[in-house]
Write a protein that binds this ligand. Structure first.
Ligand code: ATP
Length: 464
């Protein structure tokens, strides 16, 4: 059937409702009213996210110069002092005095064209006071115009281990849920030198959960309190970092386009005007989310972290973090080029780019998830025309052979064939295979393509 027009999601509500209705993403603790900024991935969402993660891991560790790590979430709390997170992992925030709603001060100022990213609190309050005196800021929730001053809130999520003897949590029992996954890469740097026979330049990659006490979190899975990072730290002599930084920018952007299928015109690099405490150079890969009104938002950061982290861990642990060149005997602390991607943000970007609403020539509309084929949660849906025993036997045979060759297969046996096609279109299944009574005669099935909706008779042995 001819496709007359095609459009993307127009807002976040549309994307959220699709993702929940089709089993990709659910709000955490929904039956209790929903737990803010925490989400669960359903069957299809979890498979899609895993496929993105696996593709990232493969792209990293199939290179012989990058090794893999899966570290624990808990670490000695001194790690977070050394990393600077206890002291300065802050967001500036202020409250509405009428309804207590909380806002990120730098984000509000950005709406007025003021770049206050990483600006000192005094400067932020100066800008805010000026806008407040002109009554330009209005509470998004209640419309109030009376606000507190901006204060700094630490983003680390605190917990405690051990068994307290009183109600009080003892200082020595405090632990932090990691605010970023890369710190444990630095903690293991020496282990890799010793056990893996690597020498700079080399990298260590890992994927894992990170936690941040995001106070203002209204952007669905884009900004959550528990999320997954895919981080790679590349250790090298200082003089190589400028070139490596450019190379990694190129490598990562190519991966985003080729593997995730995000279009060139929706992607860009945005250099940081002000740098974080650890960074010597930093840029973000941003994607233009249709669901956020075509706004560019960060999905990955590429940073030159210098020797900040290893030096700080050397200082705080008292352990030597230097590399000794076996040829020259020279000792030095390697510099780090980091690529730091959000798995949840990339999964959201892929969904955002793939949900397509098409108007068809018969006046009907179909929603189709145009995922790159290798990311589709289901590779083939098999549909017998009826539940006839003979047809089901063939269905079983095809299913087993496709599973044996590594495919995810779904059987769909209820409703009209048209309805079944639509269901599979919505979850992005590239091919549907229909087994009908002709199959019993000619050993052929109908294979239907998700994107073109074209159908073709194919011999069973030629399917895959
Ligand atoms: P933002 O400015 O959006 O808060 P950030 O600059 O603090 O992000 P980094 O610390 O550089 O982010 O983390 C690297 C990556 O981790 C980000 O590019 C993003 O993809 C992901 N990430 C960071 N914070 C969150 C979060 N709260 N929820 C989901 N993903 C996140």
């Amino acid at each position: 059937m001819k496709i007359i027009s095609s459009k993307k999601v127009k807002n976040l509500d549309e994307l959220k409702s699709f993702a929940s209705r089709k089993g990709f993403i659910f709000q955490s603790s929904e039956i209790y009213g929903g737990f803010a900024a925490v989400y669960d991935y359903g069957h299809y969402g979890a498979i899609l996210k895993d496929k993105i993660r696996d593709a990232w891991v493969k792209s990293m560790i199939s290179r012989s110069d990058i090794k893999y790590l899966d570290s624990a979430i808990f670490a000695d709390p001194r790690v977070w002092e050394a990393s600077g997170h206890v002291e300065s992992f802050d967001d500036p925030q202020f409250d509405c005095k009428s309804c207590n709603s909380r806002f990120r001060a730098d984000h509000v100022l950005e709406e007025f064209g003021i770049d206050a990213d990483k600006a000192p609190l005094a400067e932020i309050n100066e800008h805010l006071n000026e806008l407040k005196s002109q009554e330009k800021i209005k509470c998004q929730k209640c419309g109030g115009k009376d606000f507190t001053d901006a204060k700094s809130f630490n983003l680390l999520v605190k917990s405690n281990l051990g068994s307290p003897t009183s109600e009080e949590i003892r200082e020595e029992d405090i632990v932090y849920l990691r605010g970023e996954t890369c710190q444990s890469i630095y903690l293991n740097f020496k282990n890799y030198l010793k056990s893996m026979r690597v020498k700079p330049p080399f990298g260590i990659a890992q994927v894992g959960k990170a936690f941040r006490n995001e106070i203002v979190a209204r952007q669905y899975t884009f900004r959550t309190r528990e999320f997954e990072q895919m981080e790679m730290q590349y250790f090298s002599p200082a003089e190589m970092t400028a070139e490596l930084y450019e190379q990694w920018k190129e490598t990562r952007m190519a991966w985003v386009k080729e593997v995730l299928g995000l279009p060139e015109e929706s992607l860009g690099f945005f250099d940081h005007a002000k740098l974080a405490h650890y960074a010597a150079a930093a840029t973000d890969i941003k994607y233009k989310f249709n669901a956020f009104g075509c706004e560019f938002d960060e999905v990955e950061g590429i940073h030159n972290r210098g020797d900040w982290d290893l030096s700080r861990h050397q200082e705080f642990s008292g352990k030597d973090m230097q590399y000794t060149d076996p040829q020259t005997g020279e000792k030095y602390i390697p510099h780090v080029t980091e690529t730091s991607a959000g798995l949840g943000r990339y999964t959201l970007a892929v969904l955002d780019n793939s949900i397509t609403i098409e108007e068809l020539e018969d006046g009907s509309e179909r929603t189709v998830l145009k995922l790159p084929h290798h990311l589709a949660p289901v590779n083939y849906a098999i549909m017998p025309l009826t539940k006839d025993e003979k047809l089901m036997e063939i269905v079983e045979e095809i299913k087993n052979s496709l599973i044996a060759s590594g495919n995810m297969v779904e059987m769909d046996i209820s409703g009209s064939i048209g309805k079944r096609y639509r269901r599979q279109d919505e979850i992005g299944t590239p091919r549907c295979i229909t087994v009908d009574f002709d199959t019993l005669q000619d050993n052929c099935v109908t294979v239907r393509d998700r994107d073109t909706m074209e159908q073709e008779r194919v011999k069973i042995e030629d399917i895959s």
